[in-house]
Design a protein around this ligand. Sequence first.
Ligand code: TRP
Length: 339
Amino acid sequence: MTESVKKSRVLTGITTTGTPHLGNYVGAIRPAIAASQLETNDSFFFLADFHALIKCQDPALVHQSTKEIAATWLALGLDPENVVFYRQSDVPEIPELCWMLNCMTAKGLMNRAHAYKGAVDVNLEEGKDPDAGITMGLYSYPVLMAADILMFNANKVPVGKDQIQHVEMARDVAARFNHHFGDKFVLPEAVVDDKIAVLQGLDGRKMSKSYGNTIPLFLTEKQMQKHINKIKTNLLEPGEPKDPDTSTVFQLWEAFASEQQVAEMRQAFADGIAWGESKKQLFALVNSELSEARENYNDLMSRPKDMEEILQAGAVKARRYSQPLLDKCRRAVGIRALK
Ligand code: TRP
């Protein structure tokens, strides 16, 4: 008897703000592309440009970031033939579903969303009106995220810890819709991989755009070396043993090295490798993993029209899923032709 393998439908949204950095690469992009290559996964990747509007009102930046992020994923080996790769705003069924879901979402549920609550807390601390500067976009974005996920009946959603709550909200909203209008949606599950490293930035804190401590992914070799040289170290001299487990240089090394290279560097730290030398070796290692992708990236950035074609083909594929499901949802809520 042949055993049929039940595939997981994996969906990943990438907000198009900012320039991808090494932390994004190690923590999200590299593992996601690896997972997309598994036979057992059916993968959907999309550029979440409607989500970008929540954080960024600079049109040039939203546009530039969309281009950079599309080029990044393609340059690193995301295969648009093998996955469904599209831009959220090219799939009009998503915002339409979002509205239907809004009408099934308790306001009280959104009051509990971390992103909104966090913004209210900051306002209160600063003695301002609790809702100062908070848009409906920020407030209700978990509903848009639910539409992203439910539109494609994804059952697995790989996310960082900060996004687990949103996937749970998508589940709640889906269950309520299903209960009310009959089963239409698969209930999604958040997948968090604790083995994936959260990379430290130049100052030793988590690498994050908001801390200004990142190493952008596709710098020139010279700029990459410069950034690596800026990683904070202590004052220990060459020849003095160094502690790998408190070192950002070592942590970055671990994210790129083989097991054997990790053991060798651990020994080199014990033997008192100079900080300058350790950074030189780190640069060589990181550069060897990224140099081919950097060439692909620069090439893609120079021909945006080709990327646009890839995205349009992706939207056609995506809409093969979203159109029939939205049609069912419209009928289920009572929106259909008069006859
Ligand atoms: N909100 C997510 C983030 O900030 C990005 C995102 C948008 C997403 N829609 C999604 C992630 C759907 C997973 C599924 O990281």
